[in-house]
Design a protein around this ligand. Structure first.
Ligand code: 5GP
Length: 217
């Protein structure tokens, strides 16, 4: 007899936290080492920073193109952050979830709220949200400065935005207080390990005795 292997729908994991919380690194690293996870590359109207590449870090779009795509309904969500538009393309998400892959989205609190309130049952069932909190203001400032790519003015704006963003942590199902890279990654990975085992996410299997989870999909 072969071992039982249960199939499941993918997770839609929304990760938020202020700039410098380490959320992008966590999402990227997890999707690189875990074969069941993919990172949803966002579109943005902001200019590339440093070594950022189109299609890898972001899809860098002119404002006009971003607006046209928004009008055509191509975004799952979009929001204005730090004076620029950012959005998640549906094409980066839905097909993966249906194929059982977990999608990681690194988005701001407005975008997270838009996804949380989506009526699409495929989104609701797949949704998990995690907030990454920096351990202190001192550490947050150190991390923001460490990048060395922002002006004083941009830094001040980001710190102000960080405080505003942090007010929303309690709306998230999970909160991770960032310590160091390895500890954060271990905690982050364990959230996925648990979420992947939830009975409600498993696709009914006629070989199993007893009641099956009810998926409305
Ligand atoms: P950055 O310019 O530092 O890469 O990102 C600025 C902010 O935009 C971050 O808080 C990031 O999470 C957020 N962001 C990135 N992509 C998206 C997206 O697709 N949608 C939304 N709503 N926010 C995003």
């Amino acid at each position: 007899m072969t071992d039982l292997e249960l199939k499941r729908r993918g997770l839609l994991c929304v990760v938020s936290g202020p700039s410098g919380s380490g959320k992008t690194t966590l999402c990227r690293r997890f999707s690189e080492v875990d074969s069941e996870a993919v990172y949803a590359v966002s579109a943005t109207t902001r200019a590339p920073r440093g070594e950022e590449k189109n299609g890898i870090d972001y899809f860098f779009l002119e404002r006009e193109e971003f607006e046209q795509r928004a009008t055509r309904g191509e975004f799952l969500e979009y929001a204005e952050v730090h004076g620029n538009f950012y959005g998640t393309l549906k094409s980066e998400v839905i097909a993966h979830i249906e194929a059982g892959r977990d999608v990681l989205m690194d988005i701001d609190v407005q975008g997270a709220s838009l996804i949380r309130n989506q009526e699409d049952p495929r989104i609701q069932e797949a949704f998990v949200d995690i907030f990454i909190l920096p351990p202190s203001d001192e550490e947050l400032l150190r991390r923001l400065n460490f990048r060395g790519t922002e002006t004083e003015e941009q830094l001040a704006l980001r710190l102000e935005n960080a405080h505003e963003e942090m007010r929303h942590w309690a709306r998230y199902q999970y909160t991770v207080v960032s310590r160091d890279k390895e500890a954060d990654f271990a905690l982050f990975s364990s959230i996925f390990a648990g979420e992947r085992c939830r009975s409600q996410r498993l696709i009914p299997d006629p070989q199993l005795p007893g009641e099956q989870p009810e998926l409305e999909l």
